[in-house]
Design a protein around this ligand. Structure first.
Ligand code: FES
Length: 103
């Protein structure tokens, strides 16, 4: 079963569509796309960069370090130099807070 860990209020995502949170000792990035919420591991799979510091364009997050991209819904690496998928996590809104589902 998943453990739902409280992360951030949805208002944290209003300005840039993306925010960082630490849940269960894991740093994640949360995203808002068309009124739905998504989460991935925050660490880029290409290097030591925080995806939450990147630029969200639709459902793609662009890494701030080398501008590789991932699809935030699937975690798929879609733009070079990224080639390894980033882990994704389910998100739900409960009690005014986004919660991240951890295995
Ligand atoms: Fe993210 Fe290189 S560290 S693209």
């Amino acid at each position: 079963a998943l453990t739902w860990a409280p992360a951030v209020p949805p208002s944290d995502l209003e300005e840039f569509g993306v925010a960082a949170a630490t849940v269960g000792g894991l740093k994640v990035a949360l995203y808002a796309v068309d009124g739905e919420y998504y989460a991935t591991a925050d660490l880029c799979t290409h290097g030591a960069a925080s995806l939450a510091d990147g630029f969200l364009d639709g459902e793609l997050i662009e890494c701030p370090l080398h501008q590789g991209t991932f699809n935030v819904k699937t975690g798929a690496a879609v733009g070079a130099p990224c080639s390894v998928a980033v882990r994704t996590f389910p998100v739900k809104l409960e009690g005014g807070l986004l919660h991240v589902g951890l295995p």
